[in-house]
Design a protein around this ligand. Structure first.
Ligand code: PLP
Length: 225
C-alpha cells in the first residue's frame, strides 16, 4: 500500500509537470487535502509530510478532528454544502469557506465571524455545467453576487469554486473550466485570484485551464468507504 507521504509527493510532482506543460507559473497551484471521512491520523500523516491546508465537508466530523488536532498549525477549509443553521459554527471554526452560493449565507457568515479572527476567506460556488440539480450560481448570476459579497465587512472574497459534472475525456474536462475562467476574467471591479477547481480525476485539465487550488481526496488518502 502506498503511504500518504508517498501519494503527496506524487501529487506534487503531477502538479509541477502540469504547471510546466501548460505554461503556468511555478508553484501557482496550491494543494488542498480533502480529508472527509478519513481519520485524524490520516491528516497527521499528511501534516508530517508537509501538508497544511485541509478541506472538510461535514461540520460535526470536522469539529471533532479540529479538537483532536488542536496542537497542529492547520488551515481549515470547509468545502461542503452550507446549511444556514450552521453558519455560526462555520464562521467561528474555519479559515476558508468554498461553497457560498447566495447573499443570505454570505451575510450570515460576515455578521457571525468573531471579531478576534481575521476576515473569513470566501469562494463563490459556480454551477458551470448548469446542471439543475447542482449547487452554485449560474455564470449569469455570478457578477451580481460577487459585487454584493465584496461589500461585506468580515469576509474576503477570494474567488470561485466549481464541481463540474464528471467527464473522462480530457477536452471535455477542460471545457467548463475554460468557460468559468473567461467569465471571471470578464468581471469588472473585482479582483478574484482563487480558482478552486480540479479533483483527483481531473487535476491536469483543471491546471491547464487556470486552477490555483486543486482539492484532492482519493489520490492522497485512498478511496472513501
Ligand atoms: C470529496 C471532494 C473533493 C475530493 O474529491 P476526490 O475525487 O476524492 O479527489 C473535492 N472537492 C469537493 C467539494 C469534494 O466534496
Amino acid at each position: 500500500m502506498p503511504t500518504i507521504a508517498h501519494n503527496l509527493k506524487q501529487i506534487h510532482a503531477q502538479i509541477h509537470v502540469a504547471e510546466q506543460t501548460y505554461q503556468r507559473v511555478e508553484n501557482s497551484v496550491q494543494l488542498l487535502a480533502v480529508s472527509k471521512t478519513k481519520p485524524a491520523r490520516a491528516i497527521v500523516s499528511a501534516y508530517h509530510a508537509g501538508q497544511r491546508h485541509f478541506g472538510e465537508n461535514y461540520v460535526q466530523e470536522a469539529l471533532n478532528k479540529q479538537v483532536e488536532l488542536g496542537a497542529f498549525d492547520i488551515t481549515w477549509h470547509f468545502i461542503g454544502a452550507i446549511q444556514s443553521n450552521k453558519t455560526k459554527v462555520l464562521a467561528t471554526h474555519f479559515d476558508w469557506i468554498h461553497c457560498v452560493e447566495n447573499l443570505k449565507i454570505a451575510q450570515r457568515l460576515s455578521s457571525q465571524r468573531p471579531d478576534f479572527l481575521p476576515p473569513l476567506n470566501i469562494c463563490v460556488q459556480v454551477n458551470i455545467s448548469a446542471e439543475p440539480s447542482k449547487s452554485g450560481v449560474t455564470l449569469d448570476e455570478l457578477g451580481n453576487l460577487v459585487l454584493q459579497i465584496s461589500a461585506l465587512p468580515n469576509l474576503v472574497l477570494r474567488g470561485v469554486m466549481a464541481i463540474p459534472a464528471p467527464q473522462t475525456d480530457f477536452a471535455a474536462q477542460r471545457e467548463p473550466y475554460q468557460k468559468l475562467v473567461a467569465a471571471v476574467k470578464a468581471l469588472k471591479n473585482v479582483n478574484l485570484t482563487t480558482f478552486s477547481f480540479g479533483m483527483s480525476d481531473d487535476l491536469k485539465a483543471a491546471i491547464a485551464e487556470g486552477s490555483t487550488l486543486v482539492r484532492i481526496g482519493t489520490a492522497l488518502f485512498g478511496a472513501r468507504a
